[in-house]
Design a protein around this ligand. Sequence first.
Ligand code: EPZ
Length: 445
Amino acid sequence: MEKFVVTGGVPLVGDLKVSGAKNVALKIPVAALLTEGKLEIENFPVIRDGNFLLEVLQSLGADIHLSDHHLEISCDHLKTTTVPLEFGARLRTTSLVLGPLLARFGEAKVPNPGGCRIGARPIDRHIRALEAMGAEIKYNPTDGFFYGKTKQLHGAKIRFSKNTHTGTEAIILAAVLAEGHTVIENAAMEVEVNDLINCLNQMGAKILRTKERQIDIDGVKTLHGTKHKLLPDRNEEVTFAIAAAITNGRITVRNSQRSNLTAFLDVFTKSGGKVTPIDGNTTTYARSEKLIASAVATAPHPGFMTDWQAPWAMLMTQAKGVSSIHETVFESRFSYVRELVKMGAKIEFYDPLVINPQDFYNFNWSDRQPDTHQAIKISGPTKLHNAIVNIDDLRAGATLLLAALSAQGTSYIYGVEQIDRGYEKIEEKLRTLGAKIKRVEEESI
Ligand code: EPZ
């Protein structure tokens, strides 16, 4: 077990490159299952979830080489269509192998990726769509596995009842080798999906975003290998933009993607953040002297991403006035609040009046737990003090790290493996910006 020891109050100044996007790195390697050719991926982030995915592919027999962010995967000699429980159940995107295994081998046995600390995170939308394409998928609650089989996947007209980022990707991965034409309606618009589409098209797939929230796919017989460079991580860029503002510093991101961050940049500048475009993909983040309260509701892209709401809440503890955040995508994504309150933040939960919550919220209303809330009110500015805090999930971890960087005194952050899931060597990046942070092995008692 490791912890971060952080001494706050230092303005972070300097420049950096963010790593390859976690939420692309957990999908594109799955495309290697669709071909006997070699898939080469540049800018692959060295993060725990990425390693977990590579172990899932290796458990199927993939041949994998990763050195200095360059990944090579060959799946010409797969040995099984079953993902072992110990590998599969750790990672949300394990379920993405269902489509490619069914398309190539007509069968698949995959553990239920299950929920995590931000909600139930079922894959009912993925399964229903795969069944519409000719797959027969049964879930066995006694062993926790999905059993899939098909004679041949065929094209279908799929309409997602609600947005699903990974669900859209699951169907794309299944449809590229299916027989015939597939239309996905109410398809996710996240830019990470576009990176998967671009990579698959480079492999010979025929995928097109024909109109707003619609994707058309013509199945092909075979796909070949390719070389693809991953998109930089939007969530990491947002984390560092907030780090600049929260420590009253100045951070330049050298592989910035402002066009994919419009919802964030809009509310960041309105709340007193400063954004200085240096050139097409270089942006300097800072803050004006006053931070102003905001009212934010998360939404699927191009809205304010749910992955940004925890770091945003942290920033709003330093803003003058009462801010609100309404989380509409996941049903339980405020685990960080109790830890921020420990550091002196003034935050209370509430549930906004919503006319038809079953349709309004992106999660399945039936998945709600009784004691959770969908919104918080943050009163600021409040001086945060150091504390000993525990991390529950990835974005909560980044948030508590930001809190420690801005608080007076030295804080101890336990559960840093949660941050390592999605941020590559975050303490090294922060140290280059002047942060006083070190990773300490926790003596086992
Ligand atoms: C992806 O999760 C991302 N993860 C999340 O990032 C991100 O927050 C989310 O998309 C929204 O952009 C990866 O890409 C690995 P959804 P995903 O399917 O695909 C419910 C991070 O911190 N739902 O759009 O799981 C679901 O439970 C992570 O980087 C169903 O009920 O999100 C959620 O409440 C966190 N049934 C909502 O819909 C389904 O079949 C949105 O899910 C599918 C989804």
